[in-house]
Design a protein around this ligand. Structure first.
Ligand code: SF4
Length: 210
């Protein structure tokens, strides 16, 4: 397991590589990030960003989404895959946001998890990006990189979240997860990681074993 000093160094190097640690999903309103994240399951952020402008043009308010026919929403989100479930979750979540949370996306993990289609990954993303709270977003890139680097030895997202919360400074954890995504896309994909180009290779268990 890396020491705190090594973790700080990995954080510093990734901050230099990716100064802009942002989620790549486009959104203007808090609930738009929530729905974009739901749409991004088994889909690319790029695809989601292509379809959301037309959806929000047709349904410009949370109330409009809550009142929408699910079948009509399906037409807008069709190309993101799993469109029956995604459209239903979005409409039902909009209804719950209005009925139970005063039209505002909650800022507490337990409340976020009550929303249809919202799991810990989405809840952490909202807490980190909307509310600037310490958050650990465990997605496929985070799982792969955290294991390769040697921060964890498990594929279980909840165990990874718990482990990273202990390892990472709280004020850095959300941005660190965003940077793992960027690094996973640019340098450390699932197949053929470009280790010789990687700024953190000196601290990476995978690199030092191969
Ligand atoms: S050294 Fe290789 S395996 Fe390790 S993080 Fe970099 S690209 Fe990925």
């Amino acid at each position: 397991m890396p020491t705190k000093k090594v973790i700080r160094e990995i954080i510093r190097l990734l901050e230099m590589d990716y100064p802009d640690a942002k989620c790549s999903l486009d959104y203007m309103k808090d609930y738009e990030l929530l729905f974009a994240t739901r749409l991004s399951a088994q889909c690319t952020d790029e695809r989601v960003n292509k379809i959301t402008p037309a959806f929000y043009a047709a349904y410009p308010t949370l109330q409009a989404i809550a009142d929408a026919e699910i079948a009509d929403v399906e037409n807008y989100v069709h190309s993101c895959g799993f469109y029956h479930a995604k459209a239903k979750d979005i409409v039902c979540a909009a209804q719950m946001l209005i009925s139970d949370f005063g039209g505002r996306v909650p800022d507490i993990m337990e409340d976020l998890l009550k929303l249809p289609g919202v799991g810990r990954k989405t809840a952490n993303l909202i807490l980190g990006d909307i509310y600037d709270q310490p958050a650990v977003v465990v997605d496929t890139h985070c799982i792969r990189l955290a294991n390769r680097i040697g921060l964890v030895k498990t594929e279980d997202p909840v165990k990874i979240e718990t482990a990273l919360r202990k390892l990472l400074p709280p004020d850095k954890s959300s941005d660190f997860c965003h940077r793992l995504v960027l690094h996973g896309r640019a340098v450390c994909p699932a197949r053929n990681p470009k280790c010789t180009e990687c700024s953190i290779r000196a601290y990476c268990g995978y690199y030092n074993r191969h």
